[in-house]
Design a protein around this ligand. Structure first.
Ligand code: ADP
Ligand code: MG
Length: 767
């Protein structure tokens, strides 16, 4: 057995007689990695050696990808402008503009074999062409054509008769492309594309003139507005032929091999202009190797970034809290109920993290009303018991105030000081609050993003709690961490986020799920009602109040600060008070009221001094009145499903059956109705979130930009969940073994990661 030695610079000297068996040549760079079974895998990475020549070539390739589209043959100023409007400026942008479907133009189909629903290529001769008027007076232009096997009717419903007659002269031969439809026994093609054959020209010869449009699976691009597919296709062919080879995979060769991926250049080529034997179904559903490759690549770099962030955090020195029960025990004694099993479990997970000497970075996910606030408070008290401060950050002033009211109520009895810090706190009051925070007198500080502003200084921040995380991004979390010396971070989200999405957005956090509601809750019956049935709805409210219960009427204020919207809500309240329920006790609640006023109204509702509470979405959180059994939500269509779910969570808290009535406009679109129907059919927050995601797409659902995750170019989070899991596994594995990405062959990874994430990794402490 030949012995290997180390050279002075630390590299391994491999004896010459081993090179052959290992498949290596002098000068090769080699990456050594362990595979899943712990075997060592040698990967040659000669192609990526950062030699002067190699990196120059790479730099040129990258530069090439920045070529503006207007320099491409066939792209005139008009096309360039239309493309630019869709965000396609460089050839790289264009490479990632994927077809949304394909037309099978591989074969010329005889007319008698054309099947309804398929887009086909066929040839023939025009037999007749003229305007036809139906008995009902409708006019269309019809062409009859025939080939050796049969005849076919072509129809146009918008046409210029003179122009059509001139083009479609009997006897003319052409290659036609179109989708066949069937009406009864009649098969027809509406407005087919045509390529005319010259006198005596063979079909094969004509098709060979347009190799982009015939004899293959032809891409159809999603941007049709103002662009002609044929012209765009030619441009794309040029772009793909010339520039796809410039795209290099940064993925380790081992991953490409083991995951059966293609080189990126090849995948891009195949996605635009698939091979003759490709499966068009698989292509359209994104199941083919080319799509898989592109999606994997995209997810991999997202997950690698997250993996490194997570690792960076867990390696750092953090606070090791001890659990001494000074405040937590007394709080548990004060509570009129016991923690649920799920709360107990999640609290234990949090405590374990807090006791560890590394910063906690944990997400608590749980449906409305599952008791997250309480869990957060218990975690906060652990920090306070250790002499640290806690910051609790909510996305809006209203939510911050609600938390303040809830938490202050308990802390007062425990002797723990709580401060509220929002941007509406001004002047002396603000200065005083900041002072108390800086001196450490305020043990728990609750606020909006105001909490992470530059001017706020903590005496000794030990734990940051972020509520409703999806409205914040990775960046804000980073800023919060900087307010202390590696404080623990706990993130709470009331929106149940589908697993795949949670993995991409919160991929750098550990996850706890509170999957149990406190006992004694009954599912809420939900119904959509239109305006025309308003009287009946008021009848329901009256009945419920008559039997001793209470009701909510919720009015949507998209912007709580909008005066006009507020007016609509207050007018509605007046109308209800004066005209509809003059004999009942009404209360009004909105975001413009002072915290004390709001508190007073909520308290009287709780104490049954108010029968009907007309409110804006202020009550989304905080208020908890088991005796309230009806909720009427006005203009329900204006809310997101997840928000409706949150609102609805305010009823059904007692043992009586509760109802939620979604008032919708009579003119609501079918899609709008379909969306609201989800609320009727389930009370499962996860299902609702999934539906919301499906309807609105991940961008809208999370506000992708705010959430600080890169936009997806090719991946579809709903479709590609499996690939996401694979990419995540590889990325976390690699990130664990080579967290600095310094192993040979990993340079391109580092570069690519920086390119895709921009500066966004830095704040989390990992560059
Ligand atoms: P979330 O923030 O998860 O929507 P909350 O923390 O607001 O839920 O809790 C909803 C209500 O349930 C609050 O009134 C809270 O006091 C109560 N609650 C929390 N935990 C329990 C429990 N284990 N048993 C009974 N009620 C609970
Ligand atoms: Mg809450």
């Amino acid at each position: 057995m030949p012995v290997m030695k180390r050279s002075e610079d630390g590299s391994l000297l491999i004896p010459a007689d081993l090179l052959g068996p290992l498949g290596l040549a002098p000068g090769d760079r080699v990456a050594v990695e362990a595979d899943a079974e712990g075997r060592l895998v040698l990967t040659r990475s000669a192609a990526r050696e950062p030699s002067a020549e190699g990196s120059l070539r790479q730099a040129i390739a990258r530069k090439n990808l920045e070529t503006p589209m207007q320099f491409i043959k066939g792209v005139g100023p008009k096309m360039a402008e239309i493309l630019a409007r869709k965000g396609i400026v460089t050839v790289e942008d264009a490479l990632y503009l994927l077809p949304n479907r394909y037309e099978d133009r591989r074969q010329v189909v005889p007319m008698n074999r054309l099947r309804p629903g398929e887009t086909c290529v066929f040839t023939g001769e025009v037999v007749s062409a003229d305007v036809v008027t139906t008995k009902g007076g409708r006019r269309f232009f019809e062409v009859m054509a025939r080939d050796a096997s049969g005849v076919m009717s072509f129809k146009w419903f918008n046409y210029h008769a003179a122009f059509m007659r001139k083009a479609w002269q009997p006897g003319r031969r052409g290659i036609f492309t179109g989708q066949v439809t069937q009406y009864g026994l009649q098969r027809e093609v509406h407005h087919p594309d045509v390529d005319w054959l010259a006198e005596g020209e063979a079909v094969e010869a004509a098709m060979a003139r347009d190799p982009v449009g015939f004899g293959r699976l032809v891409p159809v691009y999603p941007l049709t507005e103002g662009l002609n597919q044929k012209a765009l296709r030619k441009v794309m062919k040029e772009v793909v032929d010339r520039f796809a080879p410039c795209v290099e995979s940064a993925l380790p060769a081992r991953v490409i091999r083991e995951r059966a991926l293609l080189p990126l250049a090849e995948a891009l080529g195949a996605v635009h202009f698939p091979a003759a034997d490709a499966d068009p179904r698989a292509l359209e559903e994104g199941r083919d190797p080319a799509h898989r490759t592109l999606v994997f690549d995209e997810f991999f770099f997202l997950e690698l970034g997250l993996a490194l962030k997570r690792r960076g955090v867990t390696l750092e020195q953090g606070i090791a809290f001890s659990v001494n029960h000074t405040y937590t025990k007394p709080l548990l004694k004060l509570l009129p109920f016991a923690l649920t099993e799920a709360q107990r479990r999640v609290l234990a997970e949090i405590k374990a993290d807090m006791m560890a000497p590394h910063p906690m970075h944990r997400l608590v996910q749980g449906d409305v009303g599952c008791g997250k606030t309480l869990v957060a408070l218990l975690a906060a008290l652990v920090a306070v018991e250790n002499g640290y401060q806690v910051a609790i950050m909510a996305p809006t002033e209203i939510l911050a105030e609600q938390h303040y009211l809830n938490i202050h109520r308990w802390c007062e009895q425990l002797g723990v000081t709580v401060a509220l810090l929002t941007s509406s706190l001004k002047g002396k009051a603000r200065a005083g609050a900041l002072e108390r925070v800086a001196r450490g007198e305020a043990q728990i500080v609750i606020g909006t993003h105001a909490v992470i502003q530059d001017k706020v200084e903590f005496h000794r921040l030990g734990l940051g709690i972020v509520d409703e995380q999806h409205r914040f991004g990775v960046l804000q979390r980073g800023l919060l961490r900087k307010k202390g010396e590696n404080p623990d971070i706990l993130v709470m989200t009331a929106t149940p986020i589908p697993r795949t999405l949670a993995m991409t957005v919160f991929g750098d956090l550990s996850l706890s799920v509170i999957d149990e509601l406190p006992p004694g809750r009954t599912p809420v019956e939900t119904k959509i009602c239109t305006d025309s049935r308003r009287r009946q709805v008021y009848g329901i409210i009256r009945d419920e109040v008559g039997s001793g219960h209470q009701a909510y009427v919720i009015y949507p204020l998209v912007e709580e600060s909008e005066k006009s919207e507020l007016k609509a809500a207050t007018q509605m309240a007046e109308h209800l008070a004066n005209d509809v329920f003059p004999d009942l006790r009404l209360g009004v609640l909105h975001g413009r009221m002072k915290p004390e006023e709001k508190e007073a109204v909520m308290r009287s509702f709780k104490e049954r001094e108010i029968d009907i509470l007309v409110s804006t979405t202020v009550i989304e959180v905080g208020i908890d009145v088991p005796n309230a059994t009806v909720m009427v939500i006005e203009h329900a269509e204006r809310f997101g499903l997840s928000q409706l779910h949150q609102l609805r969570g305010r009823v059904g808290r007692g043992s009586a059956t509760s109802r939620c009535i979604l008032m919708a406009s009579d003119r609501l679109s079918d899609d709008g109705v379909k969306r609201l129907r989800v609320m009727e059919s389930t009370t499962d927050g996860f299902r609702i979130a999934e539906a919301d995601l499906e309807i609105r797409g991940p961008g809208d659902f999370l506000g992708t930009r705010q959430a600080g995750i890169p936009d997806f170019r090719v991946a579809n989070i709903l479709r590609d969940g499996r690939i996401l899991e694979e990419a995540r596994a590889e990325a976390f594995d690699l990130g664990g073994r080579d967290p600095e990405l310094r192993a040979p062959g990993h340079e391109p990874l580092r570069e690519e990661l920086a390119r895709r994430w921009g500066g966004r990794l830095e704040l989390a402490g990992v560059a």
